[in-house]
Design a protein around this ligand. Structure first.
Ligand code: PLP
Length: 390
């Protein structure tokens, strides 16, 4: 298939190193890591190696500096963080609420819908405004109190690329409620910007394999030793006790080892990948600046995500047009394809509804080329002319 793929925030093409490792796990080390024979032991060794690789990719020097539980992806890691921490303690009703939960206004649906479920269980959910791509710290100061049980913020938004100051947000939350759990959804930010879970002062942090050039089917939740010691997190899946009893279910070894390989590769190449993406981004922004579109650029942003508002052309119409030209981009996030209405993240960014409906996302990777950017710009320009006439 010959196409130009500019939808790398939806998912990425697995790297050769990750596929090679996956192949090994499928053909040679195909055992169950819980089995006590040689084939099982080989699979266990591969699983341990993947865990070490992912932990080191998060900026730790040693594997035992933290805990890391493998999950099926970012969605499960977010659900484990949210339900696993909130239900770890008794949360009796006090003044009409079982506790406050802070999320940002443009969270991924795996956080929004988990929080909605908790609202139905008697918790109070507060959405922190993110106008212009800035997490509103004053809102947190005004609303956090000692009944706050959880703060779950994304480090970077999947639709706008905006980077949020989660560290300052957590400082405010902890000053009001020292026992509140602080979770970061780092699915988009992971290996696209420099951070460590410690630098963000996160208790919990979610990542996903298929956003970093590994296949779908694996993710992980980072957990501090303190969270485990103080029993501030419990499992959400019960069964055979895999992952030290924190995530039962036979481990998806092929996807996990591919994740480990992509993490190691991504960490080693991070600086050069960011440099390449930044150059492509600058080229793209210059060309867009000469067209009848507006780039919505947050104050602090990931290099790979660019959201643009088209002049009165609905995003799906442009997506279909570009798809016909062999170019893949998206409107909002891939996950919001299933929900109707304008993107809540773009509304939270401050776009009016009609502009949110006419905005598209371009998400780059180090595998894109300058020629691809030229081809995209020509196709977008033709699309703007053709569709404006309809
Ligand atoms: N969080 C963010 C910010 C995302 O962008 C995504 C996926 O798009 C997820 C969570 C969910 O990750 P997964 O697709 O691995 O379930």
């Amino acid at each position: 298939m010959n196409y130009i793929y500019l939808d790398n925030s939806a998912t990425t093409k697995p790297s050769e190193a990750s596929l090679k490792k996956m192949g090994e796990a499928l053909t040679v080390c195909y055992g169950n890591p819980s089995s006590v024979h040689k084939v099982g032991n080989e699979a266990k060794k591969m699983l341990d190696e993947a865990r070490r690789r992912v932990i080191l990719s998060l900026g730790f020097r040693r594997e035992n500096d933290c805990r890391l539980f493998f999950t099926s992806g970012g969605t499960e890691a977010n659900n484990m963080a949210i339900f696993g921490s909130v239900f770890a303690k008794d949360r009796p009703m006090k003044n009409g609420s079982r506790g406050k939960i802070f999320i940002s206004a443009g969270e991924h649906s795996s956080v929004v819908n988990a929080a909605k479920r908790l609202e139905a269980e008697g918790f109070t959910v507060l959405e922190v405004p993110t106008a212009g791509g800035v997490l509103d710290l004053d809102y947190i100061k005004e609303n956090a109190d000692n009944n706050t049980v959880l703060a779950s913020f994304m480090l970077a938004n999947n639709e706008t690329g905006a980077i949020y100051d989660v560290k300052s947000a957590f400082q405010i939350i902890r000053a009001a409620s020292p026992k509140a759990v602080c979770h970061v959804d780092a699915v988009q930010a992971y290996l696209k910007m420099k951070f460590t879970p410690t630098s963000l002062s996160a208790d919990l942090l979610s990542i996903s394999a298929h956003k970093i050039f590994a296949p779908k089917g694996a993710g992980a939740l980072y957990v501090t030793h303190d969270m485990i010691k103080a029993k501030r997190i419990i499992p959400i899946l019960y069964g055979g006790g895999q992952e030290d009893d924190y995530r039962s279910g036979t481990e998806n070894v092929p996807a996990i080892v591919a994740f480990g390989a992509a993490a190691e590769e991504g960490k080693a190449q991070m600086a050069e990948r960011i440099e390449k993406i930044t150059a492509l981004r600058e080229k793209l922004l210059v060309a867009l600046g000469e067209m009848d579109v507006r780039a919505n650029i947050p104050e602090k942003t990931l290099p790979n995500i660019i959201n643009i508002t088209l002049p009165g052309i609905r995003s799906e119409i442009m997506l279909n047009y570009l798809s016909g030209e062999g170019i893949c981009i998206s409107a909002g996030s891939a996950c919001s394809t299933h929900s109707s209405g304008p993107s809540h993240a773009l509304l939270a960014y401050g776009l009016p509804k009609d502009e949110a409906d006419t905005s598209v996302r371009i998400s780059l990777s180090h595998e894109n080329t300058a020629e691809e950017i030229d081809t995209f710009i020509s196709a977008l320009s033709r699309g703007l002319q053709t569709l404006a006439k309809k």
